[in-house]
Write a protein that binds this ligand. Structure first.
Ligand code: NZQ
Ligand code: ZN
Length: 389
């Protein structure tokens, strides 16, 4: 097992009616003026917006509003939010929504404390040194941003979608009421299930062999996500299934399932290139296409790991280790199909002529390779994309 630092400073308020604790949660941070960000309207339709605003105002806390965060949040929106945050002197940024809203808030919180343009933090030209606190009321189990140290943004001028990982990205608090996810469209629930599973798989497919405890935690999370995912699709108002998904969303991406080993998030890097070039591609749908393809491309480079995955997560069998490993990957692919995820890039409007563009986006025009069981260059990424046709 490798040395590691495990820090999850986010205070989680989990359970039914948890959103009503929002006033209390903000008060604990000793601020009196906040910025509220939300998405395209789901929280107004569900009534959550009014509940949250009432609970905050009841504590005498002032609200500056900035609604309209798009899925796959955009840099131009964040720059406007940063200006508003500075002009109004807000002290905390509150996200009510999913990963897109939370990530928009994380960038706003960092940008509000500096004159450096936040894109420079993403490119690595500058390193963030401070941030306002961020809190969230989570409405979709998916990205894990509520406890993660990452935030992802799209620079729409460059068609580049990229993440920033820093401890300043950890939310001060996360309010997680599984009931708030009952209103999700089936497609978004399914995309979320794929994303949660992928966050754990990315860390499970490691080159570090001596992490049996972390492996068992990861396998248990994956099995629970598969069964709760099926249940939540069949019965959208099943509290226990929704609760399992919500807690798994946080645990899959807060560092727990990667403790003691290297993490590359390789499929995520290819997916960010895909949805960076094609903004309409939902993150989870992109992962559902790419994960089985990547796995088929690399599985024989670490057969024992893929055999464990096949047996322990999917109960796969077979006559040889290769057969068992492939049966496990096929079981994952069948699960994604059962969730009605796209089964081909053509389904999301991406064709062979786009492959080089996606590969170049990922490798920065061939300037880097993506670390994996095989270090992936443009040619490898194009081969993986061919497996998604
Ligand atoms: O905009 P609104 O109206 O809120 O609608 C949203 C949006 O259309 C809707 N929605 C959310 N909660 C709902 C709801 N509709 C009905 N009822 C509810 N309770 O769902 C749609 C998707 O929302 P979004 O926030 O985009 O989903 P998600 O949480 O999957 O976030 C995706 C973003 O997170 C990034 C992705 O790349 C993508 O940009 N990621 C962030 C990570 C992180 N910060 O750690 C890690 C992930 O790997 C991921 O890359
Ligand atoms: Zn993800």
């Amino acid at each position: 097992m490798k040395d590691f630092v495990y820090s999850t400073p986010t205070k989680v308020y989990f359970g039914r009616g948890a959103q009503l604790k929002i006033g209390e949660a903000i008060k604990e941070t000793s601020v009196s003026k906040i910025m509220l960000q939300y998405g395209k309207g789901s929280i107004k339709k569900s009534g959550l917006y009014q509940q949250v605003v009432n609970a905050i105002k009841a504590e005498g806390i002032e609200i500056v509003e900035m609604g309209g965060v798009e899925p796959n949040p955009k840099l131009s929106f964040v720059r406007k939010a940063i200006k508003l945050a500075k002009d109004t002197g807000v002290e905390l940024i509150l996200a009510v929504g999913g990963g897109s809203v939370i990530d928009s808030c994380k960038f706003t919180a960092i940008g509000a404390t500096t004159d450096v343009d936040v894109w420079k933090f993403v490119t690595g030209e500058e390193t963030p040194k401070s941030a306002l606190p961020v809190g969230c009321v989570l409405t979709i189990s998916a990205a894990g941003s509520e406890m993660s140290s990452s935030a992802v943004i799209t620079n729409e001028e460059l068609n580049v979608k990229k993440g920033l990982t820093t401890e300043f990205n950890r939310c001060a608090f996360a309010i997680c009421n599984p009931e708030l996810t009952f209103t999700l469209p089936e497609y978004q629930t399914a995309c979320g299930v794929v994303d949660i599973l992928s966050h754990t798989m990315e860390r499970y497919f490691t080159v570090c062999p001596d992490t049996p405890l972390t492996d068992s935690i990861a396998e248990s999370i994956m099995k629970n996500v598969v069964s709760a995912g099926k249940k939540a699709i069949e019965e959208p108002n099943n509290y226990d299934a929704r609760a399992t998904l919500m807690w798994a969303s946080s645990l899959s991406h807060n560092g727990l399932t990667g403790a003691g080993r290297e993490n590359y998030l390789v499929v995520h890097q290819i997916e960010h290139a895909l949805s960076g070039e094609f903004d309409h591609v939902t993150h989870g749908a992109g992962l559902a296409l790419l994960f089985p393809a990547w796995a088929k491309y690399v599985y024989d480079k670490n057969l024992p790991r893929f055999v464990s995955f096949a047996k322990n997560v999917w109960g796969a069998t077979g006559k040889t280790n290769r057969e068992i490993a492939l049966n496990g990957i096929n079981a994952m692919q069948e699960f994604f199909k059962a969730l009605k995820m796209p089964s081909s890039l053509i389904d999301v409007g991406v064709t062979e002529k786009d492959f080089l563009k996606i590969a170049n986006n990922c490798t920065r025009n061939g300037a880097r390779t993506i670390k994996s069981y095989v270090n992936l260059n443009n040619e490898d990424i194009i081969s993986i994309l061919h497996l998604c046709k």
